[in-house]
Ligand binder design. Structure first.
Ligand code: PLP
Length: 463
């Protein structure tokens, strides 16, 4: 098929479609039982997702028996490669010893001790099963601690799938309003206005705008919840001094600073982004890498704040009236904790960060080079082992800067690369991708060759 100027009209989904007939058939079956044929919305893409059969080390294999070099890495958790032998062994041993009892288990306590050892700002910890649960509970504890109700979050930031966090995640300019004083816009339907009214949006990387919003709402604000690197908009790095400024301002205003380290925790270093950047938040949420591929998340902070969960000696009140509730049947699941503990031990004992950061540097700077060589406008941002390719040559500092990137070209580039055998995250521009401990230099070389071919394939005009 060609368009008016004689150039090909490119169907960049075709190569992937041709190699995944089983997935196409399976997708029909999946769509009958689940919306979009996937278990979580971000897994859906056009024309259909491929379904995975196995994962080992740096690779995943689909049900058509295609192998992909994996940089999606389960959206972040896989830091040691898929099925690391020590993690697998720890899981098997725990499965043989004890499944869920919903009575406390030493492996969960040991796990929490390890978290507290690794992250200096975290004195006490509670566990959850997902990042969403962790942020929801951390916000509640911050409200309880401050006696205030509202929270602030950056526009364009994702802090989980609960109603308080699904505010100003994605929206257009008309809805979001002025860049320095953004409106709060619910993400999707089904979210009560009453919840939206408890959230104020701040403009990430805009000090003056952030300060004006926080000062205006200070009396009502329990917490600012923010990612140290805004991975929910790809890979937005904080401008020099932004986090220091936010640390000082929240302390001055009596607002709990929650660093949402669901993506960065244990990935950017043993103490997460806070160790890397030298900032101490009041509370921290973590997930993903924390479970080494199993469902494990949590939140923590100083005992003074975490004690909000502990019913005090009630003075004329029922104990439930005087504390912030945290609970969950599956919290601290022994199998997940065994996997998490094995992962954290390896992170502390081996040269994991040196390895994934070095390969991250090679991958992401290499991607910039090959995009430049081919002549496709791209800005590649990364911190250590995580980064993203934005399909624009504009500078990317704030959420709204990401609107300059060509999302269609990004999705096409991703599809071409997937067909070539590498998964650079998923085809959504606001996601990001990673390096992992099992990656080798040869695999990075191969990934860059695949990426270059994919850039060549999308080097044509887009509307
Ligand atoms: C920064 C951040 N917070 C919270 C979440 C929610 O975590 P989960 O998907 O485990 O619920 C995510 C998920 O990607 C995230 O990136």
């Amino acid at each position: 098929m060609t368009d008016g100027d004689g150039r090909g009209k490119y169907d960049h989904a075709r190569p992937l479609r041709e190699m995944t007939p089983e997935s196409e058939r399976f997708h029909e079956r999946a769509r009958a039982v689940t919306p979009l044929g996937v278990e979580s919305n971000v897994r859906a893409f056009d024309p259909y997702p491929f379904y995975v059969d196995r994962a080992e080390g740096s690779y995943v294999r689909d049900i058509d028996d295609n192998e992909y070099l994996d940089f999606l890495l389960a959206l972040g958790p896989i830091v040691l490669g898929h099925g690391h032998p020590a993690v697998r062994e720890a899981v098997k041993a725990q499965v043989d010893r004890c499944d869920l009892t919903a009575t406390p288990n030493p492996v969960a306590i040991e796990y929490m001790e390890t978290v507290a050892e690794m992250i200096p700002s975290v004195e006490q910890v509670r566990l959850a099963n997902s990042g969403s649960e962790a942020t929801m509970h951390a916000i509640r504890v911050a409200r309880s601690y401050t006696g205030k109700e509202k929270i602030a979050k950056p526009e364009g930031g994702y802090a989980g799938a609960h109603d308080y966090a699904l505010q100003s995640v994605y929206a257009d300019e008309a809805a979001l309003g002025p860049a320095d004083r953004p409106n709060t816009v619910p993400y999707g339907t089904g979210i009560p206005d009453a919840v939206t009214e408890t959230v104020v949006a701040i403009p990430f990387n805009d000090r003056a705008g952030t300060e004006a919003v926080l000062r205006e709402h200070a009396d009502e604000l329990a917490a600012v919840i923010i990612e140290p690197v805004m991975c929910s908009a790809g890979c937005l790095k904080a401008r020099e001094g932004y986090h220091e400024f936010l640390r000082e301002l929240t302390a001055e205003l009596g607002v709990v600073l929650i660093w949402d380290e669901v993506m960065t925790g244990f990935r950017l270093g043993p103490a997460g982004a806070q160790g890397r950047f030298g900032i101490e938040p009041d509370m921290t949420t973590f997930a993903k890498v924390a479970g080494g591929g199993y469902q494990l998340a949590g939140f923590g902070g100083p005992a003074e704040i975490m004690r909000e969960i502990e019913p005090p000696e009630a003075e004329g009140r029922e104990s439930w009236e005087a504390s912030a509730y945290h609970g969950g049947t599956y919290n601290g699941h022994p199998v997940s904790c065994a996997a998490g503990l094995a992962t954290l031990e390896i992170l502390q004992e081996r040269d994991v960060y040196e390895h994934i950061d070095r390969l991250g540097e090679r991958l992401f700077t290499g991607l910039q080079e090959v995009a430049d060589d081919v002549g496709v406008p791209a800005t590649v941002e990364h911190v250590g082992s995580l980064g993203q390719v934005y399909m624009t040559d504009a500078e990317i500092h704030r959420y709204r800067d990401t609107w300059a990137s060509n999302t269609d070209r990004f999705a096409d580039w991703w599809r071409e690369a997937a067909a070539g055998g590498a998964l650079f995250g998923n085809p959504i521009q606001s996601e990001r991708f990673f390096t992992t401990y099992s990656h080798t230099d040869e695999q990075i070389d191969r990934a860059l060759e695949i990426a270059e071919d994919a850039f060549r394939a999308v080097d044509h005009p887009y509307e």
